[in-house]
Write a protein that binds this ligand. Structure first.
Ligand code: HMG
Length: 283
């Protein structure tokens, strides 16, 4: 039997959040429902963030209320603070994600606070998650380089990843936010990180800015990671990371996994429908 790797679909959130045009709620719902029919088990549907900061996600509650859910699918949302967490609970999200940065510059740009302050905000979120029994995923951005501060040391990545796990995240997704990674820099980061954090608690989140995301996934697979974030039709990028365009395409991750002999459980024909909706959104 082939070993299974999880593809964590982030298109409806990471893929859409930076778009200048406002995507109608019903289109987002159609996209999430089409993705739900592909065999994907994890879909990041939206984020409960400030609409001042990310206007595209202002309809998070409506999106969650309108989707027809498939029991096998876990529908997740980003929550930067307790207010977002309460919104996600009210909207019956299956899990939430908190997001920190490995660099001060990106933390300020994305969350308007220092890294330490972001962890202070996470404390009540984690308490509330424990109370209501919702799993929390962690993201760490800028794990290779930051658009504001430049290169990020692997020791710094290790410190904040370990802290996200310590406060109760079940997994940390390692964000190469601007797609700065090369096989060499990714390997060097993992050399240090894997001494402290187990691979089954880590996920890869790559952007295909320079067209080398395929090699990055292959490298991370070789190093033992078994969860990869991906975005349908390669939609995406973070609004607070100039140059972050191009989340890795879900289809590309599937291809790498198949080439390396792993299974992923995603149906190609069913994915086409979701891709058509995604392509319709960006024209
Ligand atoms: C954290 C804050 C809120 C601080 O933002 P702030 O301005 O410091 O905080 P504030 O408390 O002054 O709030 C500002 C306004 O937002 C409201 N507000 C406050 N919180 C919420 C909330 N939860 N839901 C709805 N509204 C909220 C609040 O009420 C207020 O409204 P106003 O009084 O001005 O009308 C802001 O910085 C924020 O929302 N940031 C999110 C940015 C974001 O979503 N970035 C993209 C996701 S991260 C990413 O893409 C990277 C990743 C994960 O994919 C991995 C990778 O690639 O690296």
């Amino acid at each position: 039997m082939t070993e299974r790797v999880t593809i964590f679909e982030v298109g409806p959130r990471d893929g859409l959040q930076s778009l200048g045009l406002q995507v109608p709620t019903e289109t987002k719902v159609a996209l999430i429902e089409a993705l739900s029919r592909t065999g994907l088990t994890k879909i990041e549907a939206t984020s409960f963030v400030s609409p001042r900061w990310v206007p595209q996600m202002a309809d998070a509650a409506e999106v969650m209320a309108q989707i027809t859910r498939i029991p096998a699918v876990c529908y997740s949302a980003l929550t930067p603070n307790l207010r977002g967490m309460e919104g996600a609970i009210a909207a019956r999200c299956d899990e939430v994600a908190i997001f920190a940065s490995a660099s001060e510059g990106f933390s300020r740009a994305n969350l308007n606070c220092s890294i330490e302050e972001s962890f202070e905000r996470f404390t009540p979120i984690m308490e509330r998650a424990r109370e209501v029994g919702i799993p929390v995923r962690g993201y760490l951005s800028a794990v290779i380089a930051c658009p504001y501060d430049g290169g990020v040391a692997p020791q710094t990545v290790t410190r904040w990843t370990a802290k996200l796990l310590e406060i109760g995240c079940y997994e940390v997704s390692l964000g190469d936010t601007i797609g700065a990674g090369t096989v060499e820099t990714l390997d060097a980061m993992l050399d240090v990180l894997l001494d402290e954090c187990p691979t089954d608690k880590l996920a890869g989140h790559f952007h295909d800015t320079h067209g080398n995301a395929r090699e990055l996934v292959a490298t991370a697979l070789e190093r033992g990671l078994r969860t990869f974030d991906a975005s349908v039709a390669g939609l995406g990028g973070c609004p607070y990371a100039p140059g972050s365009r191009g989340n890795i395409d879900t289809r590309l991750v599937m291809e790498v996994l198949e080439a390396q002999g792993f299974s992923h459980g995603v149906d190609r024909d069913a994915l086409v429908q979701a891709e058509q909706i995604a392509q319709g959104i960006v024209g």
